[in-house]
Design a protein around this ligand. Structure first.
Ligand code: ADP
Length: 457
């Protein structure tokens, strides 16, 4: 019936309060009633004693009753006295003149009565009409009921206000959620309007919103960067094709145009491949085929593959590799290492040097790629591994790529649970270090690798 939490809280709170007030009123009324009955019983006892003392057995076998002068009291009392044979000796306003069956105090329809038997056998009944006491209690109950109703009303109004105040943060949270679902991703829960208990929840939600917003912005930036990166070679390709088709050209002109188109296509292909690698590394469910991968062999293979480039750039490559094996996909790990070494060659100086060092740590393999190149200024280091980040952002052609090489390397290394870090001194060179945990064999190792033990080769 009550769908709102506020109304439901209020109903429960009111019912509880009403029950407490009713119990309290009942206790007060019972206490007052008990006190009145106690007073009445003492009065009845006193009057019984007076009547018993006034009864004198006479010589004729009956009793003489000499009542003292009546007290001036407004109490609706009555009494009756019988002799030992059950004959009524005296009565005053008694409702019934038959001898009572039992002795002691008792409640009757009319009121409270005490019946006593004297040593000589006479029976004395004294009674008190309780209608005035009942009247008094009813009026007390009425007064208490009115006060309780007033208090309940006040509590209801106060409770409505208090529950509204207590639930205001929930309202603020739902308003923010509505704003966000309406497209305002910068909306946050105002923390000044929430109570301490809800503050933690609001903070956690705000942090989650921050992360969501951040990841959304990164996605938007990523899409914009990717399209921007592909736009230049696509424009080159379109221009070259249009130029070649506009009118007949000489064979040399065609060749030059085709070479330019080839470079643009290669650049696009490289960018799309790297995007694919990143997407694979990001995909949570993408299974990485792990096999024993000899890091020293991998370093030698990468160095061998890049030797022509190094020669071309007049850079010397050195490999110092200790034998160490990790469980990984050699293809992807080779790609990561290749990116680091290619960068070390690209961003080197003439007659420069590049060292690839592989070390075996107790539970990991460490690969350092050190160069004597141009180095990287400290303010670029924090964003260096970001996607599409280039130190020289204006450069679109030249040795470098789309600014994805380091991002791909880091994604691959982190996917294996490793780390990739850099230290660099401008003008002196850079050192990139990746640390790959040795890892463990997958549940079902690839065929032919059963006996391989990573960490030693
Ligand atoms: P790119 O494909 O443009 O080389 P990367 O992600 O591989 O992109 O590198 C990002 C930027 O980091 C490059 O633009 C380059 O300026 C800088 N960089 C990477 N490696 C080195 C290095 N060994 N020495 C100097 N600068 C480097």
């Amino acid at each position: 019936m009550f769908t709102s939490l506020r109304a439901r809280l209020l109903v429960w709170y009111s019912l509880l309060l009403a029950a407490i007030v009713a119990a309290f009123a009942a206790l007060v009324l019972f206490g007052v009633w008990q006190a009145r009955v106690g007073d009445i019983d003492r009065d009845l006892q006193r009057r019984t004693d007076t009547l018993v003392e006034s009864l004198e057995p006479s010589e004729a076998g009956t009793f003489d009753l000499t009542l003292p002068s009546p007290e001036t009291t407004e109490a609706p009392d009555y009494h009756a006295v019988w002799d030992d044979r059950g004959h009524l000796i005296d009565q005053d306003d008694a409702p019934d003149t038959s001898v009572p069956a039992s002795e002691g105090f008792a409640f009757t329809i009319r009121g409270r009565e005490q019946v006593s038997r004297t040593p000589a056998g006479a029976v004395v009944l004294v009674g008190r009409d309780l209608s005035d006491v009942r009247q008094e209690l009813w009026s007390l109950a009425g007064t208490m009921g009115a006060i309780a109703a007033g208090a309940l009303l006040l509590a209801l109004v106060g409770g409505w206000w208090l529950t509204g105040r207590a639930l205001a943060p929930v309202e603020a949270i739902s308003q923010t959620a509505q704003l966000m679902s309406g497209g305002d991703f910068a909306a946050r829960i105002p923390l000044d309007r929430v109570e301490t208990e809800v503050e933690q929840l609001a903070r956690a939600l705000n942090e989650a919103f921050d992360r969501l917003y951040d990841s959304l912005q990164r996605q938007q930036r990523f899409a914009a960067d990717a399209s921007h990166e592909l736009r230049t070679p696509l424009a080159t390709l379109t221009t070259e094709v249009n130029w070649a088709l506009r009118r007949p050209r000489t064979p040399d002109e065609y060749q030059a145009s085709l070479r330019s188109s080839q470079r643009a296509a290669a650049r696009m292909q490289r960018c799309v491949e790297q995007l694919l690698q990143l997407a694979r590394a990001d995909a949570p469910g993408d299974p990485t085929p792990a096999e024993p991968c000899s890091m020293d062999a991998l370093a030698a293979e990468v160095a061998c593959g890049l030797e022509p480039l190094a020669r071309n750039r007049d850079v010397q490559l050195h490999v110092e590799a200790a034998p160490v094996r990790v469980w990984a996909d050699p293809g992807r790990l080779g790609e990561a290492l290749n990116n680091l070494v290619a960068n070390a060659i690209h961003y080197n100086v003439d007659h420069g040097q590049v060292w690839i060092r592989v070390r075996a740590l107790p539970d990991a393999a460490e690969v350092e790629v050190r160069d004597t190149g141009v180095g990287i200024a400290a303010d670029h280091l924090p964003q260096l591994f970001d996607r599409f980040y280039r130190v020289d952002a204006a450069r679109t052609a030249g040795p470098g790529g789309a600014g994805l090489g380091l991002a791909v390397a880091r994604a691959i290394v982190e996917r294996l649970g490793g780390t990739l870090s850099v230290i660099s001194t401008p003008g002196e060179g850079s050192a990139f270090t990746m640390t790959i945990p040795l890892g463990t064999a997958p549940a079902t190792p690839p065929p032919g690798t059963q006996d391989a033990v990573p960490g030693a080769s």
